[in-house]
Design a protein around this ligand. Structure first.
Ligand code: IPD
Ligand code: CA
Ligand code: CA
Length: 270
């Protein structure tokens, strides 16, 4: 195992203990861009703990985190960190959230860790070497019929503005009779796709820290990750994502595009 992955694992476990303890404490919560876009005291504590750990090992590496942004440096490696993915769940005492940490070099994700402290599931991956959960190798599903699939999605905090027709995408897929979950943590959604628990995932307006580790996990588990335009996802350049087993990703994209085409032709009716 590489030193990068080892460092990410130790940092994620340490932050995970913090979050697990914090969940039942009386923590402070405030709003960011909108009322429901929250940050808790524990997002910040987790971020500080992860950054301290990484800096101890690699003082010259660059860091991109959700809460404090871009910490520039001359190093070749950039760490991409979501210290608490699933903040709204956490803030309401719902034990479904994780820490997501990835290391990137020249636009390529080298390794990633997603840790769910409440279930003690540690998802790990390294470029070209595979994906694991608590040491067990992961594989995406092999379902080939979209209508028989089980999918997961999420909504941005700006959902009321229906960015990219996300509400209509959702209702269209539901209308096909496909069971869909909205669990509230994009990174864990991706880890669950890698683990074969879901056949696919789509969401718009995500950030690099939501997707970096999960994208490599899905790919290393045999899955495909693209953006809504059908391009191989680059987490620094795209914010829309479709991930899943290689048979279904294109089918999901086609269904989302059907809604977009209706809009373009002016034929979309709620
Ligand atoms: C959010 C979660 C959620 C997704 C949102 C994200 P946060 O991240 O991943 O599942 O639907 O788009 O912003 O705010 O909990 O780190
Ligand atoms: Ca997030
Ligand atoms: Ca977060």
């Amino acid at each position: 195992m590489s030193t990068l992955l080892n460092t990410a694992i130790d940092a994620a476990r340490k932050a995970g203990s913090l979050l697990k303890e914090g969940l039942t404490s009386d923590f402070s919560v405030s709003s960011k861009s909108r009322f429901h876009d929250l940050v808790t005291e524990y997002d910040l504590r987790s971020e500080r703990s992860i950054m301290e750990h990484i800096r101890l090992q690699f003082p010259d590496h660059e860091i991109l985190t959700e809460e404090s942004g871009h910490h520039h440096s001359e190093g070749e490696i950039t760490w991409i960190i979501d210290p608490l993915d699933g903040t709204v769940n956490f803030a309401h005492g719902i034990p479904f959230f994780c820490i997501s940490i990835a290391a990137m070099k020249d636009n390529e994700i080298l390794c990633g860790v997603i840790y769910s402290p409440m279930t003690d599931e540690l998802f790990t991956t390294e470029l070209g070497k595979g994906a694991w959960c608590n040491g067990m190798a992961l594989k995406v599903t092999n379902k080939t019929v979209l209508k028989e699939s089980f999918l997961v999605t999420g909504f941005p905090y700006s959902v009321a503005d229906n960015p990219g027709h996300c509400i209509d995408h959702f209702s269209h897929i539901v209308s096909l009779g496909i069971p869909i979950r909205r669990l509230g943590s994009a990174a864990l959604d991706l880890a669950y796709v890698a683990a074969g628990r879901f056949d696919g995932f789509w969401e718009i307006a995500l950030q690099p820290w939501d997707m970096a580790a999960g994208t490599l996990l899905v790919r290393e588990a045999g899955g495909t990750v693209i953006d809504y335009a059908g391009k191989n996802l680059n987490v620094l350049q795209s914010s829309s994502i479709i991930a899943g087993n290689p048979f279904l990703v294109k089918d999901i994209q086609i269904e989302l595009q059907k809604v977009d085409l209706l809009y373009q032709s002016g034929d979309f009716h709620e």
